[in-house]
Design a protein around this ligand. Structure first.
Ligand code: COA
Length: 151
C-alpha cells in the first residue's frame, strides 16, 4: 500500500538525530559518530552539492532518508557521476513506496544538475537492498568491479 501524506525534502543538518535513529533501527547498533562525520563532510566541508533527501510523514516525523554524494571538485561540478552513500526507511514504514519516492526525488534533482550516472555499492547477500535497487533499475556496472584482498 502506498503511504499518503509523505513529503520528500532536502536533508538538513538538523536531521542528524532522526537519520541516525532510523539507521540504528536498521542495523541494531548506534552509528551516530559515523553519521556525524558524514553530515560534517556533506554540509560543512563545502565540497559536496546537497543531494540528500528525507521523507517526512504527515506529522513531520522523518521516516526515511537517502544520502547522496556529488563532489564539487577543484574544477567545479563533476556531472559524470553521483553516489548513493546510504538509504534507509524506518522498519515500521517499509514497503509503502517511501524508498521509491526518495529515489524519484533524488534522481529528479540529479537530472537537473545534469548528472548522467549514479553508482552505489550493495552487499550481494542483502536480498532486500538488491531487490530495491533492481526495482529502481540499477544494474551491475559493465566497467567497474570491486576488487578486494584478504590479508
Ligand atoms: C531498501 C529500503 C530502502 C526500501 O525502502 P521501502 O520504502 O521499503 O521501499 P519501497 O516500498 O519503495 O519498495 C520499492 C521496491 O523495492 C523492492 N523491495 C523493497 N523492500 C523489499 C523487500 N523487503 N523484499 C523484496 N523487495 C523489496 C520491491 O520491488 C518494492 O516494490 P513493491 O513493493 O512494489 O514490490 C528499505 O527497506 C530499507 O531501509 N532497508 C534497510 C536498508 C539498510 O539496511 N540500510 C543500511 C543503513 S544505511
Amino acid at each position: 500500500m502506498i503511504k499518503k501524506g509523505i513529503k520528500i525534502r532536502l536533508m538538513e543538518p538538523k536531521d542528524l538525530g532522526a537519520v541516525a535513529e532510523i539507521d540504528q533501527k536498521l542495523v541494531n547498533v548506534s552509528r551516530l559518530d559515523y553519521f556525524e562525520e558524514k553530515f560534517e563532510l556533506l554540509f560543512k566541508s563545502g565540497e559536496y552539492v546537497p543531494t540528500s533527501f528525507v521523507a517526512e510523514d504527515e506529522n513531520g516525523k522523518v521516516i526515511g532518508f537517502i544520502m547522496g554524494k556529488l563532489y564539487i571538485g577543484e574544477f567545479g561540478l563533476s556531472n559524470e557521476g553521483a553516489a548513493i552513500d546510504s538509504v534507509g526507511v524506518d522498519p515500521a514504514c517499509q514497503r509503502q513506496g517511501i524508498g521509491d519516492k526518495l529515489m524519484d526525488q533524488f534522481i529528479f534533482h540529479l537530472k537537473q544538475l545534469d548528472v548522467k550516472k549514479i553508482n552505489t555499492l550493495v552487499d550481494k547477500n542483502n536480498h532486500q537492498m538488491m531487490s530495491y535497487f533492481d526495482a529502481e533499475k540499477f544494474k551491475p556496472s559493465k566497467t567497474v568491479i570491486n576488487l578486494e584482498r584478504s590479508i
